[in-house]
Design a protein around this ligand. Structure first.
Ligand SMILES: NC(=O)c1ccc[n+]([C@@H]2O[C@H](COP(=O)([O-])OP(=O)(O)OC[C@H]3O[C@@H](n4cnc5c(N)ncnc54)[C@H](OP(=O)(O)O)[C@@H]3O)[C@@H](O)[C@H]2O)c1
Length: 286
């Protein structure tokens, strides 16, 4: 049994904590909004008063919060993880926050603390079934040490040294936003040119976005996008991609354009919707 702290009990973190509890680990939890810990405490988790308290004495400290500012809020200062974590423990960040935030966290942690960046591909159903893909950055022996724990949540792939996991996640999401943008625009063009929807779906099935079209078809036709991954988080990810690309002098003009669809939808008040609702925004038919 491993003593694991889970910091951040949103859509993903609450399910991560539940799954680790189910696997028999000792789980301590902390969330900014404490009420979100109630069900987990009923299920056997121990609620901590601060992230530092949750981290104190834990073998592994998992952070899974919204964005770089949230990661700073839970890891820095007198009540943050870095104030409670001890040498020999490992902090595993599973948020999507980009390589710069991981470098900042590495500089904050006390000497002797392990750190892995382990952001995830997959959403709430993949956490529940333990079928996430987890991109892990960090020293190989440390990754090996924590692969069994991460294995409760999905398949851990070591993609390189510290920061590589955060980088890999941005690479993966670059394909996601571009694909959704292209799918929405292609369907919008089909509508504009007078193709029937039946014809449009048949055409799209024969293209490189065929699998996405099939996956999104029902939601687009019903106008219902069950919440899994908030649109505001997707916009945050697109911003992180652009920032990271600028820092490394990479031209990502297609992603920059795809980001504008997400930004427009969020600015119009759709931030709490599932990110796939951007398709409805592009099609302008909600
Ligand atoms: N949902 C998905 O399908 C999915 C898939 C892959 C990766 N991710 C990534 O996983 C991370 C978590 O996503 P999620 O869907 O679980 O998000 P979420 O449901 O919106 O939860 C966000 C979490 O971050 C906390 N938080 C936000 N700002 C904070 C601050 N300033 N200080 C302390 N805590 C703060 C929230 O606390 P409160 O409860 O107090 O608001 C909550 O625990 C994100 O980086 C996201 O991009 C999500």
């Amino acid at each position: 049994m491993t003593a694991v702290a889970v910091i951040g009990l949103g859509a993903m973190g609450s399910r991560v904590a539940r799954r680790l509890l189910g696997a028999g680990h000792e789980v301590r939890v902390w969330n900014r909004t404490p009420e979100r810990a109630t069900d987990l405490v009923d299920g056997g988790a121990v609620a901590a008063a601060t992230p530092a308290e949750a981290a104190r004495g834990a073998d592994a400290v998992l952070t899974i919060v919204a964005d770089p500012a949230a990661l700073q809020a839970v890891t820095e200062g007198p009540s943050g993880v870095s104030a409670g974590v001890a040498a020999g423990s490992t902090v595993i960040d599973m948020s999507t926050i980009g390589p710069a935030a991981i470098a900042r966290l590495a500089a904050m942690l006390p000497e002797g603390t392990g750190l892995l960046d382990a952001p995830v591909l997959g959403s709430i159903s993949e956490v529940e079934t333990g079928s996430l893909t987890i991109f892990v950055g960090g020293p190989a022996p440390l990754v090996e040490q924590w692969t069994p724990l991460l294995g409760e949540l999905g398949s851990a792939i070591r993609v390189g040294p510290l920061g590589a996991g955060a980088a890999a996640k941005l690479v993966a999401n670059t394909t996601l936003f571009g694909t959704l943008g292209v799918l929405g625009e292609a369907l919008g063009l089909a509508d504009g040119l007078g193709l029937s929807r039946a014809a449009a779906w048949a055409v799209l099935a024969a293209t490189p976005v065929g699998a996405q079209a099939e996956r999104r078809r029902e939601a687009i036709e019903n106008g219902e996008f069950p919440p899994r991954f908030r649109l505001s988080l997707a916009r945050k990810d697109a911003d992180l991609i652009l920032e990271a690309a600028e820092t490394s002098r990479v031209d990502v003009r297609v992603t920059a354009a795809a980001r504008t669809w997400l930004a427009e939808a969020e600015d119009a008040g759709w931030g709490g919707e599932d990110y796939a609702a951007v398709l409805a925004w592009i099609l302008g038919r909600r």
